[in-house]
Write a protein that binds this ligand. Structure first.
Ligand code: URA
Length: 501
């Protein structure tokens, strides 16, 4: 007898909830409301995903006793903490078979214990956070590693369509698709995965069932441009194979055109054989392509008013307020929920961020993520942005070396930062380093003198200044670096306490 049939034998009055697909949070919510209002215990619910019958399940064995949740009377949503809603949204995207039951159990337990989510030692809470963390990480990887291939439109005059194949570890596509909608608003694209597919035609997003990899196109001419760009920006002097494979795990390589270059580039860097880099065609090919697509998007939104962070990101993509836009791949907007009470401001996107289009996605981001989690701050609930939205660098040979933005560039870009602040109205803003401090206060700041103090910034937000995570990365002395890291975590803990009050 299967585990499911055994459970049915134990609880003959079981309710079945049939979910339309593996990330069907809508049905889960509707069913949870009714089942909970009717006082149905978690053990009496059989969560089933359409088309995913357990082998050996005898569907009719207890058919007489089986009841469907939608036979129960409708019930209004109960008041639950906002933190539960965002936690459950992530838990439900995990691949774990117990995710629906776990989220339901937490929902029921919140009735008796409203502060349940703050009990970190509770088994359910602990597991939910583990699942949510894995889902956040998976979504982040999807945003960074999806690679589109261009396919011709159906007719000679039809625009090209862009198709990506991706194998997420969890059911993260539904939640991540809006990010791609914003990022590639003016193009039509599909992201295909084994579980679900997302399609955007420039106006509407539709989802469909998963497909096998053979349905995805393999290879297009634009990939040569992308490989050229990757090879030309690859920096042998900064090669850290361990950090690189931790940030870009090998399982993603097979779907990334540039991955075929990684091994030879590492080899070449080791043996000082830079022939591939030397013979690569012009470096700026992909940069130009992306920027051209931004310019056409610019025409479409030039008249649009700014009502949301999405509007802001779209407008920011077209910014030419200072010369920095001319050498960067793209503007990197802030990332995070619009109701975040904590905003973190860095200096400017680095090499990784310029390519990924996300703030703090590279090594400095790793230092930041580790420090945030050591301080008990969940990054996904914060809004992370930069004082300057374009990557300022200089080409040294084929290497792109970071250059600190000057006061004029910081001033020009503070227009965008001020708009982000006005939309978000965070309780506290953390300035990561001197550039962010200058952008926020309008004057030079000394990190050593002003760090770790919560001070009023304007009528609506407080400010805390601390070090930039890159300063920790750059510190060659390991003991000093560890001291700096601890001081950074202490500052973040002060910030956490300030937003809790
Ligand atoms: N450094 C920054 O200041 N911001 C980033 O996004 C990455 C590195």
């Amino acid at each position: 007898m299967t585990a499911r049939n055994a459970r049915r034998a134990q609880h003959p009055d079981i309710f079945t909830v049939r979910l339309d697909h593996p990330a069907d949070t809508r049905t889960w919510r509707a069913a949870t409301r009714r089942l909970d209002a009717a006082g149905v215990a978690p053990e009496r619910i059989d969560w089933r995903i359409a088309g995913d019958d357990e082998p050996g399940l005898l569907p009719d064995m207890f058919a007489a006793a089986e009841q469907s949740w939608d036979s129960l009377p409708d019930a209004p949503a109960r008041n639950v903490p906002g933190a539960f809603i965002s936690l459950a949204d992530k838990v439900l995207c995990h691949r774990a078979g117990d995710r629906f039951a776990l989220a339901y159990r937490l929902y029921q337990r919140l009735r008796r214990t409203p502060a349940l989510l703050s009990i970190a030692s509770d088994d359910d809470v602990h597991r939910a956070h583990l699942l949510a963390k894995a889902v956040s990480r998976d979504a982040h990887k999807m945003k960074a590693f999806v690679r589109f291939r261009e396919v011709a439109g159906p007719g000679p005059d039809d625009p090209a369509h862009f198709v990506a194949w991706f194998e997420p570890s969890h059911h993260t596509l539904d939640a991540t698709a809006p990010f791609f909608m914003r990022r590639y608003a003016g193009q039509s694209w599909s992201i295909l995965t084994p579980d679900r597919c997302a399609h955007w035609d420039g106006k509407a997003l539709t989802m469909s069932a998963g497909v096998p990899k053979s349905a995805a196109p393999s290879g297009d001419p634009a990939e040569d441009l992308w490989r050229t760009y990757f090879a030309s920006t690859f920096n042998p002097a900064r090669l850290m194979v361990k950090a690189m494979t931790a940030e870009m795990p090998k399982k993603y390589w097979k779907n990334m055109p540039e991955a075929s270059l990684i091994a030879p580039l590492i080899e070449g860097a080791r043996g000082r054989h830079e022939t591939m880099i030397d013979t690569a065609p012009q470096p700026a090919a992909r940069t130009t392509r992306i920027r051209q697509s931004h310019q056409s998007a610019a025409e479409a939104i030039a008249q649009a008013p700014i009502h949301s962070l999405d509007d802001l990101a779209r407008m920011g993509a077209t910014c030419t307020r200072c010369p920095l836009h001319s050498n960067a791949t793209q503007a990197v907007p802030g990332e995070g929920p619009a109701d975040a009470s904590l905003m973190l401001v860095g200096e400017q996107p680095g090499d990784h961020e310029d390519v990924a289009g996300l703030p703090f996605a590279g090594p400095a981001g790793q230092v930041l993520d580790d420090a945030l989690s050591a301080a008990g701050i969940i990054r996904d609930r914060t809004f992370v942005t930069n004082a300057v939205k374009h990557f300022k660098h200089e080409l040294r040979g084929r290497r792109r070396l970071h250059r600190t933005p000057d006061a004029g560039e910081v001033f020009h870009c503070s227009w965008w930062l001020d708009l982000e602040r006005a939309l978000l109205r965070p309780k506290l803003i953390i300035a990561l380093g001197a550039t962010a401090g200058r952008a926020l206060t309008g004057q030079p700041v000394s990190i050593a003198r002003s760090r770790g103090m919560v001070m009023p910034l304007d009528g609506q937000s407080d400010l805390l200044i601390t070090t930039h995570p890159s300063a920790i990365l750059r510190q060659p002395d390991r003991n000093k670096a560890e001291d700096m890291r601890q001081a950074f975590v202490e500052d973040l803990k002060i910030a956490k306490a300030a937003i809790a009050t």
